[in-house]
Design a protein around this ligand. Structure first.
Ligand code: MN
Length: 205
């Protein structure tokens, strides 16, 4: 059975950039819902028991047809949100050095250009989805892109480095229709220490 990990901070810790009510609903209703539905599917298809979430998501087309949509939506939702909570912190610091920082400068020719590309992916994702900084598993290169719904980059053979939830449930109570304001405020919360560590582990640096 998959479990909802505890949040690494309180619901009100990300104020003023994300309000407590949004955090509480997002974590206790939305994320918990993905976990519950994922577990219900595993229970129904017992051949899926014991597989890791990554194993399930990387091989969706080989799963029982009746389980595929649920694994994609609920398994993806669980994976994405588990990473998302850890990628934020009330004690965020700016990033100005390190392996990931250097790789970003190399790939995007400047940190501001990276931010602009990421923000563009977040703003232009139509409807519900996520913006991502990923490492492509074949090329080893950083990439910015977005996914629809709860689709997870590991379904596309890409490792998650940094992600932003742009579903309306992530911002609408506080920002209403102003998604760009939520996106620019969110940079103040990025836990670059975690993100850098995650990047180094993935690349074995
Ligand atoms: Mn969400």
């Amino acid at each position: 059975m998959f479990k909802l990990e505890s949040l690494p901070y309180s619901f009100d810790a990300l104020n003023p950039y994300i309000d407590a009510q949004t955090m509480e609903l997002h974590y206790t209703k939305h994320h918990q819902g993905y976990v519950n539905n994922l577990n219900a599917t595993i229970k129904e298809y017992s051949e899926l028991e014991g597989k890791t979430l990554a194993e399930l998501l990387m091989n969706i087309s080989s799963l029982p047809v009746g389980a595929q949509n649920s694994i994609r939506n609920n398994g993806g939702g669980h994976y994405n949100h588990t990473m998302f909570w850890k990628m934020m912190t009330p004690d965020a610091k700016v990033i100005s050095s390190g392996k990931l920082y250097d790789a970003i400068l190399d790939k995007f020719e400047g940190f501001d250009l990276f931010k602009a590309a990421f923000e563009n992916a977040a703003k232009t994702r139509f409807g519900s989805g996520w913006a991502w900084l990923v490492v492509d598993q074949e090329s080893g290169e950083l990439e910015v892109y977005s996914t629809a719904n709860q689709d997870c980059p590991i379904m596309d053979k890409k490792f998650v480095i940094l992600g932003l939830d742009v579903w309306e449930h992530a911002y609408y109570l506080q920002y209403q229709n102003k998604r760009p304001d939520y996106i620019s405020a969110w940079w103040n919360l990025v836990n670059w220490e975690f993100v850098e560590e995650n990047y180094r582990q993935i690349l074995g640096l």
